[in-house]
Design a binder for this molecule. Sequence first.
Ligand SMILES: O=CN(O)CCNC(=O)c1cccc(Cl)c1Cl
Ligand code: NI
Length: 186
Amino acid sequence: MYLMKDITREGNPVLRNQTKPVKFPLSDEDRELGEKMMKYLEVSQDPELCKKYHLRAGVGLAAPQVGQSKSMAAVLTPPEGEDQKSPFKAIMINPVIISNSVQRGALTEGEGCLSVDRDVPGFVPRADRITVKYQDLEGKEHKIRLKHYPAIIAQHEIDHLHGMLFYDHINKNDPFSKTEDEVFFD
Ligand SMILES: O=CN(O)CCNC(=O)c1cccc(Cl)c1Cl
Ligand code: NI
């Protein structure tokens, strides 16, 4: 199981590299990578286990964050979130955003990252709705539409696969700048 000691932090070049596509059929190593990333999210969202293993809770995790420069990420929206009607749980392999809404969105409380051991305040403007294509552990292609919170998380994770960190998107001159066409939500 991954612990915080296994998480790569800012300064580790793996976080700024473009990841390589994952080949199918999955090697045992790649399958285990995906399963262990999802396991981290599940454990980190359980208050007891999160405390027991001294984890920082997460709703997503990307392979570079565990030192693997591979195009794979796990997403697990918390059940109690505002999206309980559409909880999203997926191990996304070779994910590609194939369309973005013009409408932008951001979380009012900004974003955080396991690989960034500090608060970086500011709105992280992203597309409010996206269509993502990815393969699952069996290699099956999926094409899904995400909006609001799950869309934000997916973009945060897919950014990791391209060497981007959330604060790269924060407006340097005015971190909390709002433009009229953006939606902000908790
Ligand atoms: O890449 C994944 N992490 O760094 C895990 C920790 N961060 C979060 O769970 C998190 C927190 C707030 C907003 C977003 Cl979008 C995310 Cl993703
Ligand atoms: Ni992150």
